[in-house]
Design a binder for this molecule. Structure first.
Ligand SMILES: Cc1ncc(COP(=O)(O)O)c(C=O)c1O
Length: 368
């Protein structure tokens, strides 16, 4: 991209997972107010009491989950630090982590940095959606398996795990004593009949084996604020807290005040953004429909659609490069997210408006 741009190419990106909305004004105002009130000193490293209480209330209201804000909730600098701290807390050298394939690429490096070994769990396209292959899940397990990371709604593939899938995963985790690290960052963005169900809400018997990872980045268009939270068993949260206390020491105090306001106040802004993503999703599906040898996996959640280019008979990375060079549109090949993603292209509709219109025109022309 940069090379082409340096030569003067004018590219359109359908690549990034960053909402193009402004953070809703009432959240910005809460941060301003907090700063003026002097909420600029060190935060409670576990998270400000007000924020942890807002998290606990939100988890009960939206997810049907009950966590004690005093001992079972941790404020983090985005989901990114939640992931880092749970991996650092839980893994010893050589411990194995089950990771669906394809999946958000940024889980891999922290697993390796914390001494973990990745065991990929292949997924495959069944009835127009990526689904975990449960035989592959069983086969990937070994006595060294400690964690399974799940992301639902699932980046990049757009599947929202269904109750029967969650059930099988819960059975697996309980039978094998594997902890489920559940990244639910796209929970608010679902379409049609798909509805996000937190695995712990579906299966309360996961209680001792479940760590919830979440963030305000996507739901409230707050990527740059770097604020998120985790919830889980007290012992695990304590260990994650020790990691956090020796490193990031949590999000800024006034940011936590604003985040508490976001979670507590009206959720109208979330509904409005979801309605806009729904319109964008329709555009993407429309642009990728009716093309010879190309299909689209309609996303159930998140803001990515997978173009199915298996019928083109060449590596998706080659298709991606050609779209970049000849059509000036940037997408990501599915194999960047794992081998099982081969044959697909991830198309982001986190940005809308003229960018999306032009990007889709170019994408359609190139794939045609
Ligand atoms: C699945 C998933 N988890 C975590 C993150 C990072 O989130 P945060 O901005 O809260 O660190 C992303 C960002 O793209 C993501 O897609």
């Amino acid at each position: 991209m940069r090379e082409l741009q340096a030569k003067g190419a004018e590219l359109v990106s359908l690549m990034r997972g960053e909402p193009d909305f402004r953070t809703p004004p009432h959240i910005v105002e809460a941060a301003e107010r907090a700063m003026r009130e002097g909420r600029t000193t060190y935060p409670d490293n576990r998270g400000e009491k007000k924020f942890r209480e807002a998290v606990a209330a939100k988890l009960e209201r939206d997810n049907g989950l009950r966590f004690d804000p005093a001992t079972e909730v941790l404020a983090t600098t985005g989901a990114t630090f939640g992931i880092q701290s749970v991996l650092t807390a839980m893994l010893n050298d050589g411990d194995e982590v089950l990771l669906p394939d394809p999946i958000y690429d940024a889980y891999q490096s922290p697993i390796r940095l914390t001494g973990g070994v990745i065991r990929s769990v292949r997924s495959c396209v069944v009835d127009g959606r990526f689904a975990i292959d449960f035989d592959a899940l069983d086969a990937a397990h070994s006595p060294r398996t400690k964690l399974l990371i799940l992301n639902t709604p699932w980046n990049p593939v757009g599947s929202v795990l269904r109750p029967e899938e969650i059930d099988r995963i819960a059975d697996f985790c309980i039978a094998r004593n594997v902890m489920l690290v559940s990244d639910e960052i796209y929970e608010a963005i679902t379409y049609g009949g798909a509805r996000h169900v937190s695995p712990l809400a579906a299966r309360p018997d996961l209680r001792d084996l479940y760590v919830h990872i979440n963030s305000l980045s996507k739901t409230y268009a707050m990527t740059g604020w770097r604020v998120g939270y985790c919830a889980g068993p007290r012992e695990v949260i304590d260990a994650m807290f020790m990691v956090l206390a020796q490193s990031s020491r949590g999000p800024a105090t006034f940011i936590q005040d604003a985040a508490a306001a976001a979670l507590r106040d009206s959720q109208e802004c979330v509904a409005e953004m979801r309605a806009e993503y729904t319109r964008r999703r329709e555009k993407v599906i429309g642009a990728l429909s009716g093309l010879p040898r190309v299909g689209v996996l309609e996303p159930e959640g998140g803001f990515f659609a997978m173009a199915d280019v298996r019928g083109l008979g060449e590596p998706s990375d080659e298709v991606r490069k050609r779209l970049l060079r000849e059509n000036g549109v940037v997408v990501i090949h599915g194999s960047a997210y794992g081998r099982a993603g081969e044959g697909t292209l991830r198309v982001s509709f986190a940005s809308g408006g003229a960018n999306l219109e032009r990007g889709l025109e170019r994408l359609r022309a190139g794939l045609q």
